[in-house]
Design a protein around this ligand. Structure first.
Ligand SMILES: *[C@@H]1O[C@H](CO)[C@@H](O)[C@H](O)[C@H]1NC(C)=O
Ligand SMILES: *[C@@H]1O[C@H](CO)[C@@H](O)[C@H](O)[C@H]1NC(C)=O
Ligand SMILES: *[C@@H]1O[C@H](CO)[C@@H](O)[C@H](O)[C@H]1NC(C)=O
Ligand SMILES: *[C@@H]1O[C@H](CO)[C@@H](O)[C@H](O)[C@H]1NC(C)=O
Ligand SMILES: *[C@@H]1O[C@H](CO)[C@@H](O)[C@H](O)[C@H]1NC(C)=O
Ligand SMILES: *[C@@H]1O[C@H](CO)[C@@H](O)[C@H](O)[C@H]1NC(C)=O
Ligand SMILES: *[C@@H]1O[C@H](CO)[C@@H](O)[C@H](O)[C@H]1NC(C)=O
Ligand SMILES: *[C@@H]1O[C@H](CO)[C@@H](O)[C@H](O)[C@H]1NC(C)=O
Ligand SMILES: *[C@@H]1O[C@H](CO)[C@@H](O)[C@H](O)[C@H]1NC(C)=O
Ligand SMILES: *[C@@H]1O[C@H](CO)[C@@H](O)[C@H](O)[C@H]1NC(C)=O
Length: 849
């Protein structure tokens, strides 16, 4: 608090002369329309902003991070989410301190930005003997004007990432993207006139730079650009008509006057024109340079592939090519690096075929003759720094061309690309990788198993912990620290399990092939049957290393050995603490077996009937199974649909940690007869099956979400999903919704939540549950079991919602304790608030105390 009094004096000293100088500036009307010599704007006064006469633009200090500000121009009217759109920044690469920094118009006509009262961060370096004033024009142009009306300096002449109507892009200016959505520093994408007078988009990275618009393989005239006019000016007018001296032009989709427009070099490498939708307060794209996001260079970094993913916000996703692993998990643009040691010995090298994949640039092209594949292979083998080659037919000549790659950059996969890529890999492992590239041929629209190569680590827990430690010592109140830290750690340790969860590994280390005799011996001639599931009988066995295993003998042996291996090795690579671990397999003649870890406590179904589970356990089983399923569905492993989620397939270990079993089998048992996403036969178990199966709709991961919803309802109510149905009634539709319908009806009948919860809950748990958690659980389950698959959440959303609830409660409690604590100062409060917000986004009890 003392700090504040201390700070107030200089502010007052600063403001008083300002007030005297400008009649327009006073405490009652904080709007400033212009600023004259000797005056300044202070970062500590949020009201200290210049406003354009029409009220559309503001210029002032814009917060770009914690205690970091840039002097910027933005649209005054906030968007629907309260954010502001900046159009210009003075010091994007050198943000200033939130204290004592200011923008000053010196008596000599120089406009300077000083950081914390000392360091000169930015200046216009202008000079004038006549008097000068700074004003923000209606167009969004910040202008330094002399009393004679001469423009000394204007922001329109030094754009950052945005052009406004009538703001020209010239030979001396360029648009430079931001680094990311939240970091306004200069990024790597640029729009400017190149040395041939052509307006171009260029990725200008740390190590490489390449042009990607207009299409770099086209000559300027082929791209309908002229390189003859060297005036190099591009500008658009208020109706959205853009014109450049290289003959490039376009009209915004909604051309017309009276609309706010901007042209922005976005951080994702695309340049877009936007119009403000004043009603909804959003920016609508009315033009963009690249329609295919994967054709923007530098997105995924070396040795990785960009794939078009329409349902994602960015529209694309990066993945490593087979045999490579991600270089730095925190920064995708750094790409991937080989998982193996490159050899120059011909006999140790093989080539892996990636259809419809292109890596642009960095090659020597051989296009003069009709080359054979063999010839290309030899050419690449001859050169140690050839990492692969593109083999592609030239439609013009009818020749097959060969492009030897010395770097694998700008990779993307698109079905429309008629060409194949062959990458160099150790010959010894080619077979292994081949089985993992099957995704390329699959009809699934996502990038597939390649992503398995990435091992995820939880992003820096250390940071949070350090922060906690720092913040704790700042408080001084030992008891608070203890309570909160302990709570936090408790919460973490619960989460901890989920932390390990999120990291998965290359190949499960123990994954191996067993012989039939070995397994026969282990199970003592298949003596002890412990279960019967889809596709086979499960036996208990003891392996030679004394580990107890569950061994599943598959009924159908339709597949060839290779096919079976391909599938099994993929299942084998799936490694998550909430998924049953596969230790190995056996292929021997007709026999097909899978070896799993053995779970002491058996299945959820058995535990439910024996009433062994209290409320706590049930909740964590719900969360754990959701995590396991989320993992299966995520990362575009969508083909690992479970298709048979039910209590019999959720197994419990000695700590009642759930593990989902039997995944991957649906595909394993049924290859080759699929048409709908690979599934033709109805699969699953009565009572848990999503309506899609019955109505023969497209099968997606949402079928598992539905089944999961039913399972959770069963756990909560202790009732079978077939409740209230005539079991003889086999007409599909009715049969489906017994339990779901019943719970929904109970919920709608009763106004009070205590009542309906009380009614549906398993009598075994009566009075021994947490009502608010229970309510969330039931609500999530009902949503999962929605008839409409699009209304169901994804499994990751389910996990988020179940866990989010916990985090919020914990943080709110902490905030409450701190607020009640005397001797709390503002800084600490802010830290706590920051933490709380960071955790939950909406800590609803900030009003406590
Ligand atoms: C933005 O990124 C730059 C470069 O990585 C970094 O130095 C800077 O701290 C970041 N700024 C913010 C606000 O995160
Ligand atoms: C300010 O904008 C008006 C139109 O709104 C324009 O006529 C005038 O030239 C602009 N002044 C400067 C200095 O850009
Ligand atoms: C913008 O430019 C186009 C093409 O030159 C023209 O038709 C249109 O009238 C202009 N709009 C305004 C507001 O000047
Ligand atoms: C270049 O373009 C400008 C603006 O469109 C035009 O005024 C000028 O005459 C052109 N110069 C040549 C040499 O075509
Ligand atoms: C902007 O886009 C939204 C959603 O795409 C649409 O509903 C709205 O009508 C658009 N606004 C304008 C002015 O075109
Ligand atoms: C990954 O990148 C981050 C930020 O760019 C850096 O701090 C970190 O050290 C890098 N990690 C590795 C393993 O290089
Ligand atoms: C690559 O070679 C280095 C040393 O030459 C060795 O330590 C490493 O294990 C090798 N990596 C692989 C994947 O073979
Ligand atoms: C290449 O590898 C093969 C098999 O690994 C080996 O027999 C041969 O000696 C190697 N050749 C050279 C030149 O190292
Ligand atoms: C790779 O190994 C296979 C046998 O596994 C062999 O037929 C093939 O010739 C090898 N490839 C090269 C390039 O040596
Ligand atoms: C080039 O070779 C392929 C076979 O490798 C052949 O099918 C094709 O017709 C040849 N093209 C020309 C133009 O000779």
């Amino acid at each position: 608090m003392q700090n504040h009094h201390f700070m107030a004096t200089p502010i007052l000293i600063l403001i008083i002369p300002l007030v005297l100088l400008f009649p327009s500036f006073s405490f009652s009307t904080p709007h400033i329309y212009s600023m004259s010599e000797g005056s300044s704007l202070s970062v500590e006064k949020p009201d200290n902003v210049l406003i354009s006469p029409n009220g559309v633009f503001s210029a002032g200090f814009y917060s770009v991070g914690i205690n970091a500000y840039c002097f910027a121009i933005w649209y005054r009217e906030p968007l629907y989410d309260g954010s502001h759109t900046t159009v210009w920044m003075a010091n994007r690469d050198q943000p200033i301190n939130g204290r004592q920094s200011k923008l000053t118009l010196l008596k000599n006509g120089n406009l300077i930005l000083t950081d914390a009262g000392q360091l000169n961060v930015w200046a216009t370096n202008t000079e004038s003997i006549s008097s000068v004033q700074l004003l923000l024009n209606d167009t969004g142009n910040l202008v330094l004007l002399t009393s004679e009306g001469l423009i000394l300096w204007q922001s329109f002449q030094s754009p950052t990432d945005t052009l406004l109507p009538y703001q020209p892009l010239t030979r001396n200016t360029k648009l430079v993207s931001s680094l990311s959505q939240n970091n306004y520093s200069s990024g790597f994408y640029k729009l400017f006139f190149d040395e041939e007078n052509v307006l171009s988009l260029v990725y200008d990275g740390l190590e490489i730079s390449s042009k990607y618009w207009p299409d770099p393989w086209l000559k300027s005239w082929e791209a309908k650009r002229s390189s003859y006019n060297s005036s190099r000016i591009a500008v658009f007018n208020s109706s959205g008509h853009f014109k450049s001296t290289d003959d490039f032009q376009f009209i915004a989709a909604d051309s017309g006057i009276g609309i706010q427009r901007r042209l922005t070099m976005d951080h994702d490498g695309n340049i877009r024109m936007y119009s403000l939708d004043e009603k909804n307060k959003i920016w609508n794209v009315t033009w963009q340079a690249k329609s295919q996001p994967c054709k923007i260079h530098g997105i995924c970094g070396p040795n990785s592939l960009c794939t078009y993913v329409p349902h994602e916000k960015s529209g694309r996703r990066c993945s490593c090519i087979p045999g490579y692993k991600i270089k730095n998990e925190t920064d995708q643009s750094l790409g991937c690096e080989p998982n193996f040691n490159f050899s120059c010995n011909d006999s140790e090298i093989g080539f892996l075929h990636l259809p419809h994949v292109e890596f642009y640039g960095y090659d020597d092209s051989m296009v003069c003759e009709n080359y054979t594949y063999k010839w290309c292979v030899n050419k690449c083998l001859q050169s140690c720094n050839c990492y692969g080659f593109q083999y592609k037919i030239n439609l013009g000549s009818g020749f097959y061309n060969c492009y030897r790659k010395t770097l694998l950059l700008n990779g993307h996969r698109s079905p429309s690309f008629e060409g194949d890529m062959y990458i160099k890999l150790p010959n010894a492992s080619i077979r292994f990788y081949k089985s993992h590239v099957q995704g390329f041929n699959s009809d699934c629209s996502h990038p597939l198993s390649l992503q398995l190569d990435r091992s995820y680590k939880k992003p820096k827990e250390n940071g949070t912990l350090q922060f906690m430690v720092w913040f704790a010592s700042a408080i001084g109140g030992v008891e608070i620290i203890c309570i909160c830290l302990v709570l936090y750690l408790l919460y973490r340790s619960r989460q901890n399990s989920s932390a390990t969860t999120q990291s998965y590994f290359q190949v499960a280390t123990g994954f191996r092939k067993f012989t039939y005799d070995e397994l026969k011996k282990a199970t003592r001639n298949f003596g002890e049957e412990i279960g019967r599931g889809s596709g086979g009988v499960v036996y208990k066995g003891v392996l030679s290393n004394r580990r107890v295993a569950a061994i599943k003998r598959l009924n159908e042996a339709k597949q060839g050995e290779d096919e079976f291996l391909a599938e099994v090795s993929t299942i084998g690579r799936v490694n998550h603490m909430n998924l049953i671990e596969v230790w190995g397999y056996c292929v021997d003649g007709k026999h097909r077996l899978l070896v799993y870890e053995y779970m002491e406590r058996g299945s959820l179904a058995e535990n439910l009937t024996s009433n062994a589970l209290d409320w706590e356990k049930r909740f964590y089983i719900a969360v754990g199974s959701a995590k396991g399923l989320a993992y299966l569905h995520d990362e575009c492993l969508e083909w690992v649909l479970h298709c048979d989620v039910k209590p019999q397939n959720i197994l419990l270990d000695s700590n009642y940690q759930p593990k989902v079993a039997d995944f991957g089998l649906s595909k394993l048992l049924n290859r080759g007869d699929g048409h709908h996403s690979g599934f033709s036969r109805v699969r699953g178990t009565r009572g848990y099956m999503a309506p899609e199966w019955i109505f023969n709709f497209r099968i997606t991961s949402k079928v598992d979400v539905y089944s999961y919803g039913v399972v959770v309802l069963e756990m909560v109510t202790g009732k079978s999903p077939m409740i209230g149905l005539h079991t003889s009634d086999n007409s599909g539709e009715m049969e489906q919704r017994g339990l779901v319908k019943w719970v929904r009806e109970k919920k709608n009948e009763n106004v009070s939540k205590e009542l309906w919860l009380e009614e549906i809950i398993d009598p075994m748990m009566k009075d021994r549950y947490d009502a608010s958690k229970m309510e969330i659980l039931v609500e999530v389950a009902l949503q999962c079991a929605d008839e409409d698959k699009d209304a169901r959440p994804t499994m990751s959303q389910v996990v988020e919602r179940l866990l989010h609830h916990e985090a919020t409660l914990l943080m709110c409690f902490c905030v409450a304790v701190m607020l009640l604590e005397p001797g709390m100062n503002l800084g600490n409060l802010l830290v706590v608030a920051g933490l709380a917000v960071g955790y939950s986004g909406v800590c609803s009890c900030s009003g406590v105390g």
